[in-house]
Design a protein around this ligand. Sequence first.
Ligand SMILES: NC(=O)c1ccc[n+]([C@@H]2O[C@H](COP(=O)([O-])OP(=O)(O)OC[C@H]3O[C@@H](n4cnc5c(N)ncnc54)[C@H](OP(=O)(O)O)[C@@H]3O)[C@@H](O)[C@H]2O)c1
Length: 328
Amino acid sequence: MTKKIKWGIMGCGGIANNYASDLAFTKYGQLAAVGSRSLSKAKKFAAQHGGAVAYGSYEELAADPNVDIVYVATPHPYHMDNTLLAINSGKHVLCEKPIAMNAGQTRRMIAAAQKKGVFLMEAMWTRFFPATIQLRQWLAEGRIGKVLAVEADFGIHFRVGPEHRIFNPDLGGGTLLDLGIYPISFASMVYGAQPKKIVSTVHKAKTGVDDHAVITFEYPDSATAALSISSIVSMKNEARIFGTADMITVHDGFFHPTRLTLEAEGKKPKTVDLPHPGGGMQFEAEHVHQCLRNGKLQSDYLPLDETLAIMQTLDKIRRQWKLKYANE
Ligand SMILES: NC(=O)c1ccc[n+]([C@@H]2O[C@H](COP(=O)([O-])OP(=O)(O)OC[C@H]3O[C@@H](n4cnc5c(N)ncnc54)[C@H](OP(=O)(O)O)[C@@H]3O)[C@@H](O)[C@H]2O)c1
């Protein structure tokens, strides 16, 4: 019989609910326990997802000897403390994006995981979709030549009040950390590097956090990325990669892709559809299972030094915007 990897979910909010549902599509994953600041909320969540053990605190969840790995699904300002709690209890951790508020926190989390000898990864689910794997294969094969430009936009018009996570500085609000990390991580994946020059323009919400921005990156050999992000207008949410021999489009919803088009010079465009059941979080979960089954403490698809480098890029952009969070 296949030995299941037993998950504990920390924080029973929106994305935790999606994750718990998608675990059902994995071969090796099982939801063993959930932790909430409220026992009644944890019980309700557990009942909706097959009757896992429910705890009324994150500490009790972290102490459960039956839990192999904790999925941290709280707002970003809590990611570091929640992750450290789990790591110091000897648990592996998959932490929602952004892994932390800044590079300094990320360094502490990585050091703690390495000291304890446990697995740590940011839950950048985009990396693990079959369509992303296909895209990386095309790039590795040089199907569009040398990449010289990336364009990506991610805009969702959040029709919510200032107390919502996206606008609330106390909950790590701001478009950059919430949505911007997707195109920035995408550019990092395509170029395998961070930009040497960053130029950006930003608009801020009444709460002081960024709600609309355009960011351009420059890499060696004049390669570029042009990224637009917004929480006040909806965008196409597409990504395009332009190479010397042509282009790839990652269609609407590049952050959870199912459709790619390869347009190679002199050839008919080729569109590939890679649909899947569920919401798509099963792919990152199954990747984590594979890492754990192979005794790996980090992912080759999203290594910790890249996660840290992306956080450093986010810090640089925020410095341009003079945007600081509590305790920074
Ligand atoms: N991968 C993705 O596609 C995706 C999508 C959305 C969000 N996210 C990320 O996931 C994280 C959570 O986002 P979400 O949309 O799930 O948020 P959410 O619905 O507000 O849920 C967050 C949960 O965190 C817990 N929490 C702990 N301290 C809190 C506090 N002071 N205020 C509010 N909640 C607190 C709460 O759980 P308890 O009450 O049970 O303790 C809450 O239900 C964020 O970092 C976000 O960037 C990822």
